[in-house]
Design a protein around this ligand. Structure first.
Ligand code: SAJ
Length: 433
């Protein structure tokens, strides 16, 4: 029976830091490794560099106990967990350089019976085709003297800690034994079921989950475009269609952002471009939504007019401060490029290079239109009467159908949502019908 005591987590980001802290607070000795010296210093002070509910307290507890220490050097350990970013490059191809660098840093430290786990979401084939050949340079044999598994993270930003503990996990082993060893390790922190499969299947499962969500959202977004043509409200269509027991459409919006759903489908496309036509189209439909928002807004005012637009939200989704790949920022960029003045407020985003964030009052003062892009709960508490008095025109375009339409209408706002059918008049039925 192999006993794991010392875990080295490579990458102290959204997944690595909570995972390292959870293992530490569950009795393991954990070394967290990050290439960014500021991250190492912050964690060793018991603080966090990312915004996630509850993470501060957990990291503080882990470092206070002396069981979590951050460093920039990979030590010898029993288990290595790779939790580094796997972004896409400008050409939409996966950039696995951080995974490769992590594997290269681990290889010289490997000893018999070590377990190496890739947690980073990766294209199917990464463990076998990229990670293992590098680890094999240690002279150890896969599935025999050293163990390799893929345990993709599946947690939702904004509720990472809860989901790390409660979600089920899929664990893929290079061999059955590798999978069982990884299952045993995760069972010490995970309350949900742990399903063991082979390593490449586990990689594809994770990417499939996010691709499913992306394609579903793309369908909702496409329905919003169709509804605008037909002249009906897509939100009412989706609400009623979802009453069917076998229909579960997600919601339209200004696009799909974040570091997961807007990225991971490209991992499948990269593996099989000719076969991934639907997946590619879904990505393109979602990426086209910021342009659709801009066009819908432009139609509300006389052509050529330069507007002052109050934007609610910069984060990629509601109630988080993460603005990576945020469609809100793409909408803002487009509006500014079209000559409009845009004032953005976001109570969750703390660091943003551009645009500068302003208070709600500043954003609304003199505005021709309010544009809601991110559904933060705080925006539900806004007082349309007071804000309307600050504005030049009382117009609201709510891309998430999030605000209380009746309350804003009662304050004399002209209220539109994305896909509400107001872009064009309702089409009459063709005569043949
Ligand atoms: N969005 C819509 N309409 C919807 C739902 C979401 O437009 O109906 C948009 C959001 O506003 C956001 C984007 O999609 O811009 C993605 O948000 P999300 O909440 O759907 O997902 P993420 O990226 O925050 O987290 C996903 C999750 N995957 C699945 O639910 C299948 C999470 O469980 C994964 O762990 C995470 O990706 C990841 O790390 O891969």
């Amino acid at each position: 029976m192999i006993k794991f005591e010392h875990i080295c987590v490579l990458g102290l980001g959204y997944i690595g830091l909570p995972t390292a802290s959870l293992f530490a607070t569950n009795g393991f000795r954990v070394t967290g490794v990050d290439t960014n010296p500021r991250v190492v210093e912050t964690v060793n002070r018991g603080e966090v560099h990312i915004e996630e509910p509850g993470l501060n307290t957990l990291v503080h507890a882990a470092t206070q106990s002396g069981r979590l220490v951050a460093t920039s050097e990979v030590p010898e350990a029993d288990v290595y967990i790779i939790a580094v970013p796997t972004p896409i490059a400008a050409d939409k191809r996966p950039d696995l350089s951080a995974v490769e660098a992590a594997a290269r840093a681990i290889a010289p430290r490997l000893r018999p019976h070590n377990l190496v786990i890739l947690e980073s979401t990766s294209p199917p084939g990464t463990s076998v085709g990229l990670v293992w050949p590098i680890l094999a340079q240690s002279g150890l044999e896969p599935g025999k003297t050293v163990h390799l598994a893929h345990c993709p993270e599946r947690v939702l930003p904004g509720q990472i800690l809860f989901e790390l503990l409660e979600n089920s996990r899929v664990v893929g082993g290079f061999s059955r034994r590798c999978g069982e060893l990884a299952r045993g390790l995760y069972a010490s922190i995970v309350g949900g079921a742990i399903h063991v499969t082979d390593v490449t299947t586990a990689e594809m499962v994770k990417v499939t989950e996010n691709t499913f969500r992306d394609v579903n959202i793309a369908l909702a977004n496409e329905l919003a475009l169709v509804a605008e043509r037909v002249g009906v409200d897509v939100w009412e269509v989706i609400r009623l269609a979802n009453l069917h027991p076998r229909v579960n459409l997600l919601s339209p919006g200004p696009g799909v952002g974040g570091h997961c759903i807007s990225v991971d489908p490209w991992f499948l496309v990269d593996q099989a471009p000719a076969e991934s036509r639907l997946i590619t189209t879904a990505r393109r439909v979602n990426d086209a939504m910021p342009a659709f928002v801009e066009a819908k807004l432009a139609r509300l005012f006389p052509a050529g007019q330069s507007l002052h637009i109050a934007v609610l939200g910069a984060a990629y989704k509601g109630n988080v401060g993460d603005h990576r790949e945020s469609p809100a920022l793409e909408v803002v960029r487009r509006l500014e490029e079209a000559g409009h003045t845009v004032a953005v407020c976001d109570p969750h985003v703390t660091k943003l290079d551009y645009p500068p964030l302003v208070s709600v009052e500043e954003a609304f003062t003199g505005a021709d239109c309010v544009l809601l892009l991110t559904p933060h709960n705080e925006f539900r508490g806004l007082d349309p009467d007071w804000l309307g008095d600050l504005m030049r025109h009382r117009v609201l375009l709510d891309t998430r159908a999030f605000l209380d339409r009746k309350a804003w209408q009662a304050a004399d706002f002209q209220v539109m949502t994305l896909g509400d059918g107001t872009a064009r008049p309702r089409r009459v039925l063709p005569r043949a019908c």
